[in-house]
Design a protein around this ligand. Structure first.
Ligand code: AMP
Ligand code: ZN
Length: 456
């Protein structure tokens, strides 16, 4: 049984090659100058879903996710290192900023049950690896040293530049903004910096054979992925905005170093919108995991809301959809408790197929909803199927729901309603339903009689 996923470069759904070693996954990590918003987390979840699905098939996985703590320049006119700008703003040391947001990133991942990667290499601690990658590129004439001591990759040295994004060199016009457009010393407008000379910069700078400076953003992913994944990445994951220039440049660098394709499959997650607009700091519509918690929403309800949408479609999240997901999650956990205590897994063929065919999580969720309602499936089997799915969904479905007890008066109201229903006094039953609803208690009538739950 094979797992397949959409590869941006070939523009088709392709199987992951079955190999007699762990599958190598590299996921571009956060730039740790601010909290990760739930859009960023959608992309990090993608790597988790791929890795969990492969593990479900019995496949071992090695996952590497980098921590960008230097060299990621802001896209605005000033082109400042994001870490240094934030350090100035918070009147703090850039490394202290990096460690603070790195820690928060790990806490966010834990809230979403995203499994820990095998390594989280930091850019600032991989400088030697980047220097040797850059030297390698200079030696084979893929890169050149400018007078200032900055080193640039020569885009024209790599004939298949543009294969991932479709942005071929001939169509990249001078003056178009790629990144670092201020460098007049570049030989060709689409070249990019591998190493930047320090100039006036005094913080986060390192010695190099070309003078003091700091690394470009793209070279960090080349150095780390080649080094930590034995020069072969089966699946490379990131948000769709990284397709160009970040991944295009990474591919040119990595392939020029090893002389062959470094990455089998380039997988991109589409953006998360919030109430109609792409979630971003600049759009001022950022939602954090902490915001969910303060609204009484379980962070795993976000995980469920994300699962209800296909990773490669844009998705519009709203507070209403988050609350609806929270209600479903609580209902499933409550139902699980009534379905016995089995810890066994019962595979469901349709759900497994949905997952391995390009991560069709919405189809898997629909199937789970159908199983929940299906009277022909015994409670014990339902529980075992839910256990099985939870290996990938990771919604903690067997977690006990803490239910606040009813007061004596509320219990009496619920009991009175059961009595009037036995007497077929529908008008009084409806009135009591409204009285209970006003107290935040929902009653529903099923084949086993009346049940109640708190309205969340
Ligand atoms: P950054 O911390 O800015 O380097 O971004 C971390 C990851 O989040 C990258 O893979 C981005 O492509 C991704 N990303 C940024 N904005 C969104 C969004 N609104 N929805 C989904 N992914 C995003
Ligand atoms: Zn990257």
């Amino acid at each position: 049984m094979n797992f397949s996923i959409y590869d941006t470069q070939s523009r088709e759904v392709k199987p992951v090659n079955v190999v007699d070693r762990p599958i190598h996954i590299y996921c571009c990590g956060p730039t740790v100058y601010r909290d990760a918003h739930v859009g960023n987390l959608r992309t990090f979840l993608l790597a988790d879903l791929i890795s969990r699905t492969l593990k479900l098939l019995g496949q071992k996985v090695i996952l590497i996710q980098n921590i960008t703590d230097v060299g990621h320049m802001s896209e605005d006119f000033e082109e400042q290192d994001k870490l240094l700008s934030q350090a100035k703003l918070e009147k703090s040391d850039p490394f202290a900023i990096a460690r603070k947001y790195e820690e928060k990133f790990h806490a966010d991942l834990a809230h979403l049950n995203i499994q820990t990667a095998d390594k989280y290499p930091r850019a600032s601690e991989t400088i030697d690896g980047m220097l040797s990658s850059i030297q390698n590129l200079i030696d084979n004439e893929s890169a050149y040293v400018a007078e200032s001591g900055s080193v640039y990759f020569s885009a024209q040295s790599f004939p298949s530049y543009g294969a991932i994004s479709g942005n071929r060199l001939e169509s990249l016009k001078p003056g178009h903004r790629y990144e670092y457009s201020g460098d007049g010393e570049k030989r060709f407008h689409a070249d990019w910096a591998l190493w930047k000379s320090a100039g006036n910069r005094t913080e986060m700078v390192w010695e190099s054979p070309w003078g003091r400076g700091f690394p470009g953003w793209h070279i960090e992913c080349t150095a780390m992925s080649l080094d930590l994944l034995a020069q072969h990445i089966d699946i490379h994951v990131g948000g769709i905005d990284l397709r160009f220039p970040h991944h295009e440049n990474e591919r040119a660098q990595s392939n020029s170093i090893i002389g062959k394709e470094a990455v089998d499959l380039w997988v991109h997650g589409e953006h998360l919108l919030f109430e109609g607009r792409k979630m971003s700091k600049s759009a001022n519509n950022v939602v954090l995991v902490a915001d969910l918690i303060s609204q009484g929403i379980d962070p795993l309800a976000l995980r469920l809301a994300l699962l209800e949408n296909r990773y490669r479609s844009q998705m519009d999240l709203t507070w209403d959809s988050l609350r609806a997901a929270n209600t479903t999650l609580m209902r499933w956990r409550t139902a699980m408790a009534t379905w016995g205590e089995s810890q066994n897994f019962l595979a469901d063929a349709e759900i497994q197929t949905a997952l391995i065919e390009d991560l069709d999580t919405p189809r898997a969720v629909l199937r789970l909803r159908a199983i929940e309602k299906d009277l022909s499936i015994s409670p014990e089997r339902k529980r075992e199927i839910f256990n099985f799915v939870d290996q990938v969904f990771a919604l903690d479905l067997s977690r006990k729901v803490e239910v606040k007890p009813l007061s004596k008066e509320q219990m009496d109201l619920v009991q009175s309603r059961a009595n009037v229903r036995a007497d077929k006094n529908w008008a009084e039953s409806d009135r009591l339903r409204d009285v209970l609803a006003a107290e935040g208690i929902a009653v529903s009538d099923g084949p086993q009689g009346q049940s109640w739950n708190w309205i969340s």
